[in-house]
Design a protein around this ligand. Structure first.
Ligand SMILES: [Zn+2]
Length: 135
């Protein structure tokens, strides 16, 4: 049986990070759908979860490895961007008592200024643009 499954999966995509994420979303949609199966929301969530489950299996058994790797790569890049955004926000929250954060109006770079210096001229290190801000 194990040998048969192994032979079946040769040359197929198998499980990757995007599939794990899709399965997680599928479970998240399935649970309320099970408990509130009579409500409209419950009835709407079930087909969405089933489509996601189908997509997961399609990706798992797909032999178009290049395309699946591209999709997975795009997912990983997006996930990395979202995680890094949360990391920066968390870091700003930790430093909120000592520093004030400004966004450069020209290049949108986040700038950190020590708090309690009054109204100061802030110069962007990236583009050299300067603007006034209250620290
Ligand atoms: Zn700038």
């Amino acid at each position: 049986m194990k040998e048969k499954l192994y032979r079946f999966m040769v040359g197929r995509n198998g499980n990757d990070e995007l599939n794990r994420f899709l399965l997680l979303v599928c479970v998240i949609f399935m649970l309320p759908a099970m408990f509130f199966s009579k409500s409209i929301a419950g009835r709407l969530l079930t087909p969405i979860a089933l489509v996601l489950l189908g997509l997961t299996y399609y990706r798992m058994f797909s032999k178009n490895l290049l395309r699946r790797a591209e999709e997975n790569g795009r997912y990983l890049m997006l996930r990395g961007r979202i995680r890094s955004m949360f990391r920066v926000k968390k870091e700003q929250w930790v430093q909120r008592k000592e520093y004030k954060f400004f966004v450069c109006p020209a290049c949108k770079t986040t700038l950190r200024v020590p708090k309690g210096r009054g109204k100061i001229k802030i110069v962007c290190r990236k583009c050299g643009n300067s603007f006034m801000g209250k620290s």
